[in-house]
Write a protein of this length. Structure first.
Length: 185
């Protein structure tokens, strides 16, 4: 069976995400415990406007760290603010645990509609960097949310860099790295 390449859009789960209380500590524990890494960190992503459960919301601040493990990414998410979010819907502040599966799609509207047509609702709808994302609340059905990410060149490049960093990684060197080159300067 041929697995989809990391960052290739389609209707497959390409990422497993967990909420953490401290992103750097979590990255260190993940690399030491599992050997998965390195983690590329994007600190303090700020989403100024989004819809939370159908109502306007603002000021979401969170960091992510992503590593590749075979055909799937491991994403660690730390929310820094008290704004309403899909993250806080299922994981309380100061707690950690499994939160969502992500689907990276080049047919966002159709995939989105397929979940809505099944009766699911969105916890969050937003836009970041010119592309759309949503958290579909499938938690009562499958025990977690589904994140839909609209395919875009910036995200594809980032996902390819995550996969490239893992390829041949020695398990020791630079286990936590900046997610974007500008952050390294």
């Amino acid at each position: 069976m041929k697995l989809p390449a990391p960052g290739v859009p389609g209707r497959h789960v390409m990422q497993v995400a967990l909420m953490v209380d401290d992103i750097e500590t979590a990255c260190t524990r993940w690399t030491q415990t599992t050997g998965i890494g390195p983690f590329l960190v994007v600190p303090h992503i700020e989403v100024s406007e989004y819809a939370y459960r159908g109502k306007k919301a603002a000021g979401l601040d969170f960091s992510v760290a992503i590593a590749q493990s075979g055909g799937v990414q491991i994403e660690l998410v730390q929310q820094h603010c008290d704004s309403p979010s899909a993250y806080r819907d299922t994981i309380a502040k100061g707690e950690g645990g499994f939160h969502h599966l992500a689907i990276y799609t080049d047919d966002y509207d159709a995939v989105y509609a397929s979940y809505i047509d099944q009766g699911f609702v969105t916890a969050v709808d937003g836009e970041f960097g010119g592309f759309r994302f949503s958290y579909i609340d499938t938690s009562k059905s499958i025990g977690c949310m589904i994140e839909l990410i609209e395919e875009n060149p910036i995200q594809t490049d980032f996902f390819e860099r995550v996969a490239a960093a893992a390829d041949g990684w020695d398990g020791v060197t630079d286990p936590i790295r900046p997610g974007f080159p500008a952050e390294a300067q």
